[in-house]
Design a protein around this ligand. Structure first.
Ligand SMILES: CCCCCCCCCCCCCCC/C=C/C(=O)SCCNC(=O)CCNC(=O)[C@H](O)C(C)(C)COP(=O)(O)OP(=O)(O)OC[C@H]1O[C@@H](n2cnc3c(N)ncnc32)[C@H](O)[C@@H]1OP(=O)(O)O
Ligand SMILES: Cc1cc2nc3c(=O)[nH]c(=O)nc-3n(C[C@H](O)[C@H](O)[C@H](O)COP(=O)(O)OP(=O)(O)OC[C@H]3O[C@@H](n4cnc5c(N)ncnc54)[C@H](O)[C@@H]3O)c2cc1C
Length: 664
């Protein structure tokens, strides 16, 4: 018997080839096939079940995470999965674990900052998981200000060793994932001291626990920092604390690609810029942008499918009520998020390319694009994660009361997702880095140095400062060049206005501090321009499949025009558009929502998420929401007994007292 599909009618309405859209979303046919196969593999494996994890105690959740990680590793070995497939498998297991840090930061830190001898020694053990590592940078007293870290690594020429020490309480390492209970090793960031001189923060490979007994090595105090936000969620991770009491490590465990310490204790700074010590963060920030599109797509998929099932008001002659997805307010809240998921997907693809390019250049000692890579990864990480975190909460509200149920999947997704706005760099701190980069670019405009890459538009500042938007009718807003010019003009005008205001301060740092809220806005305008322009560039490509390109054009316009509507104040205040042109953009936006509507379910089907990965009754593929909610309610442990525990001690005495009082 064919399973019932409550979304069948919605799926029939789609005006594009879904299979081709799935390939666009995955990036290529090969990616699609790999990811589809691995997602199904995980979904069909009972060990990877996750429907009960919010009910587990912290200890049980942690053990469950260890069990899943061990099983995942066994599957990876048994099936001889490639590195790419293994990464996919871990992400579909969908439970934050120490392995995220081992593969995602420990190994990349050694690869990026180690010498070839260090690669040869450490990477084979790490790849085989004979050692497990984490990334120990943040301290109790300092996270954002990396130069303010206090842990010291003092070179002792007598023994050819570094002495790792935590001189104060605030120098305790605090937060590193995987550190609390699992890691045998860490890349530790500490101030390098040789001959009494402080050379700033560098990375060191430090063994923390015995490989036979897992006990902390002498001089090391290590443990978990405690429960975090939400139930389940990020509590599967052992974020840890760590203190060193004069722990000795050999000299060759300092990561020495950027700087070296010789046998005599001489500090040698190579040609490589010191910022490469921050390279692992740049790598991870880049991956976070692609992950943002996945998390956003997940929330949007749940809210869209549920909005098509849910009906409220408007029944005519006893007929069905209106699907909430047909309310214009629902569409105006939901469809921009759907469009943002696609937009972040494409900018993530582009950022991956940029990162690969900069890595190849660095290997050839070309450091010219490093500032641009830093600004793009910092800015886009910040913008996409802030939008996604807010969007997950918006999707919860879009699902009404049932969105607040744990089994909607949204509370846990929110709890797991929100720290991305903080880790790998607080989002405001990162936007201020982008603003610095933009102010530097503006200050060089008259010097003959042509801005390149994502700031190339600033080279056309003269035109962009005085151009007038030519929109006369709503449909004029559909011209890519019109949209692009409006976003470029807004970004350049905001940058130049801020640069002028900065110029009024005698001390530029004072000016930067004073104007920082405006500078953050400037950075956001620049990042939004990057996302819009990369979406438009994507549309220049040959995109096969009936109606696929057309749908992407609609989504691109929704993305750009909803931003224009949201930030109308910026656009109008900088004189890029008139208030009337703003109103026309809004009119066009409403027309676009009507075009998205029949395709909405198919557009979220294109994410190709299994029900296992989505983990949401509201978002399940077949839309059989009510029956599943009803069945699920009875599985709650509170319903194991008809009369709850505690009735006799606490409820009955009150009730009885009530009866006595009533009798009086
Ligand atoms: C429902 C279930 C779902 C389950 C999902 C499961 C999956 C979960 C996966 C989770 C895995 C992810 C785990 C994440 C773990 C998190 C890890 C961390 O957080 S690690 C710690 C991260 N820490 C930070 O990011 C710290 C932020 N601070 C900094 O980066 C820096 O201190 C600073 C950039 C803010 C300032 O640095 P400073 O040296 O003081 O720089 P200046 O401002 O003085 O700038 C000097 C100069 O350098 C340039 N610069 C700065 N940074 C970089 C860089 N990274 N690359 C290149 N250049 C850089 C800067 O622009 C300046 O340039 P100049 O030309 O001189 O102006
Ligand atoms: C779940 C999670 C996992 C983590 N995993 C790791 C890990 O594996 N390894 C690791 O080393 N670290 C890890 N961290 C730590 C993380 O990287 C830091 O918390 C992060 O970099 C922010 O630093 P902070 O906590 O010092 O925030 P703070 O800098 O103290 O921020 C507090 C507030 O001050 C503001 N602020 C700070 N500086 C400025 C400024 N210059 N201008 C304006 N405003 C400012 C911020 O915007 C924020 O509002 C993790 C954190 C979390 C939450």
């Amino acid at each position: 018997m064919e399973a019932l599909d409550y979304h069948a009618e919605e799926r029939r309405k789609a005006e594009f080839n879904l299979d081709e859209m799935k390939i666009v979303w995955a990036g290529s046919r090969r990616n699609y096939e790999l990811s589809d196969r691995v997602a199904r593999l995980v979904a069909s494996d009972p060990v990877f079940r996750k429907d009960n994890r919010t009910m587990l105690t912290r200890k049980d959740l942690f053990k469950d995470t260890l069990r899943k990680a061990a099983h995942a590793w066994k599957r990876i070995i048994d099936l001889r999965l490639s590195e790419e497939e293994a990464n996919m498998l871990r992400s579909y297991v969908d439970q934050p674990a120490f392995t995220d840090l081992h593969w995602g930061m420990f190994i990349p830190a050694i690869k990026g900052q180690g010498t070839s001898e260090q690669h040869e020694k450490w990477l084979p053990m790490a790849y085989k998981m004979q050692i497990i590592g984490c990334y120990a940078q943040t301290e109790l007293g300092h996270g954002s200000n990396v130069q303010g870290l206090e842990t010291t690594a003092t070179f002792d020429p007598q023994t050819d060793e570094f002495d790792l020490h935590s001189p104060t309480l605030t120098s305790s390492k605090w937060w590193p994932g995987g550190l609390g209970k699992v890691s045998t090793h860490a890349v530790v960031y500490a101030r390098l001291i040789t001959g009494g001189q402080d050379h700033g923060v560098h990375g060191f490979i430090v063994q923390l626990r015995g490989l036979d007994d897992h006990l902390p090595l002498p001089g090391i105090t290590v443990g978990d920092i405690g429960m975090k936000f939400g139930s389940g969620a990020y509590n599967s991770m052992d974020n840890g604390l760590l203190r060193f009491d004069h722990v000795r490590i050999p000299r060759n465990q300092m990561l020495m690609r950027v700087s070296q310490v010789t046998r005599e204790g001489k500090f040698v700074q190579s040609d490589v810029p010191r910022q490469l010590v921050y390279g692992t963060m740049v790598y991870v920030r880049q991956t976070i942008v692609s992950d943002a599109s996945c998390a956003l797509a997940r929330a949007v998929c749940i809210a869209t499918r549920y909005s098509a099932v849910r009906r409220q008001f408007g029944s005519q002659n006893g007929g069905p009520e209106i699907q909430v997805i047909d309310y214009k307010t629902q569409q105006s809240r939901l469809f921009p998020l759907l469009a943002s998921a696609y937009a972040f997907r494409f900018v993530g693809e582009w950022l991956k390319w940029l990162y690969t390019d900069v890595t190849q250049r660095l290997q050839a000692n070309d450091f010219s694009t490093l500032p641009e890579a830093h600004a793009c990864t910092a800015g886009l990480k910040s913008m996409t994660t802030s939008v996604t975190a807010d969007a997950i909460e918006e999707c919860r509200k879009l699902c009404g009361g049932h969105g607040y149920l744990s089994n909607s999947g949204l509370p846990e997704l929110f709890a797991v997702y929100i720290p991305t706005c903080t880790y790998e760099g607080d989002n405001v701190v990162l936007l201020l880095q982008v603003a610095r980069f933009l102010m530097k670019t503006v200050s060089q405009l008259g010097s003959g140095k042509k801005p390149v890459g994502t700031t190339a538009y600033m080279g056309r500042a003269e035109h962009l400062m005085q151009c007038r938007c030519e929109v006369e009718m709503a449909q004029d807003w559909l011209k890519p060049s019109t949209i692009l010019e409006a976003f470029e003009a807004r970004a350049v005008r905001m940058s130049i206005a801020c640069a002028k205001s900065l110029g009024k301060f005698s001390n530029p740092e004072d000016g930067f501090a004073e104007l920082s809220p405006d500078l953050v806005e400037v950075a956001i305008a620049h990042c939004q321009l990057i996302v819009v322009s990369k979406f438009l560039e994507k549309l220049q490509q040959d995109i096969p499949g009936k109606g696929v390109k057309r749908q992407l054009e609609i989504l691109c316009n929704v993305y750009a025009l909803h931003l224009l509507h949201k930030h109308l104040g910026d656009f109008v205040a900088t004189g890029c558009i008139t208030p009337n042109q703003g109103a026309l953009a809004n009119e066009q936006l409403r027309l676009l929502y009507a075009q998205v509507r029949p395709n909405a379910i198919a557009l979220v089907d294109a994410f190709n998420y299994t029900d296992h990965y989505l983990g949401s009754i509201l978002g399940c593929y077949d839309g059989n929401v009510y029956q599943k909610l009803y069945q699920e309610a009875w599985k709650d442990p509170l319903n194991d007994t008809v009369v709850p525990d505690g009735y006799l001690e606490y409820l009955r005495p009150i009730l009885k007292q009530h009866i006595r009082t009533a009798r009086l």
